[in-house]
Write a protein that binds this ligand. Structure first.
Ligand SMILES: O=P(O)(O)OC[C@H]1O[C@H](OP(=O)(O)OP(=O)(O)O)[C@H](O)[C@@H]1O
Ligand code: HPA
Ligand SMILES: [Mg+2]
Length: 167
């Protein structure tokens, strides 16, 4: 299945912004570990979840960090989500209880739906969320509208722009 979603607006996130928003998410997650204690591990949904997961693991002093690789988009075109690499079975346990699964954003929710099926008791957190996928995530920081495409700093480069008052 593939479908092309219209994205009327762009939301451009700087490194500074994702750092601040990921820290805010870490602080929100601090009290929510199993029994109010420490999370057993952080699992990043690669690739987009890697940078936020690193910041969150650092803030919460979690040293066990693993990844699950899910691919679901080619540029702005959505395709069926597939797991390309699973996290270590000993880390995840039977159902993911006590594990913090981190992604940069939830859009349609298909990626998280797939990971949730595998680890139903994990806690799912994203930095940004769109309305269609919001119910798939347990914690997030900022919501944007469904017709907004979020541009992350790792996908962008600084470049010259002409002055507003041209020649
Ligand atoms: O809620 P959904 O509609 O499933 O979309 C959200 C997912 O899509 C993007 O990943 P992508 O599959 O593009 O891979 P990437 O992280 O490697 O860029 C994003 O990083 C999320 O993981
Ligand atoms: O808005 C988005 N931005 C970047 N990657 C994405 N993957 C799904 N939605 C998005
Ligand atoms: Mg991703």
């Amino acid at each position: 299945m593939t479908d092309r979603l219209p994205h009327e607006k762009g939301f451009h996130i700087s490194w500074d912004q994702i750092h601040r928003d990921s820290r805010a998410l870490a602080w929100r997650l601090e009290q929510q570990g199993p029994g109010g204690g420490q999370w057993r591990a952080v699992v990043a949904i690669t690739r987009g979840g890697l940078a936020p997961a690193m910041i969150i693991a650092r803030e919460l002093d979690i040293r066990v960090v693993d990844t699950i690789s899910v691919k679901s988009y080619d540029n702005q075109t959505r395709a069926e989500a597939v797991v390309l690499k699973a996290p270590q079975a000993e880390i995840m346990g039977d159902d993911g209880e006590g594990i913090l699964v981190i992604d940069d954003l939830v859009d349609t929710g298909k990626t998280l739906e797939l990971v949730r099926k595998l680890f139903p008791k994990a806690h799912f957190a994203t930095v940004y969320a769109k309305p269609l996928g919001r119910d798939m995530v347990d914690s997030f920081i900022t919501e944007v509208s469904q017709d907004t495409w979020i541009f992350f700093p790792w996908d962008m480069a600084l470049q010259y722009v002409e002055p507003y008052r041209g020649k």
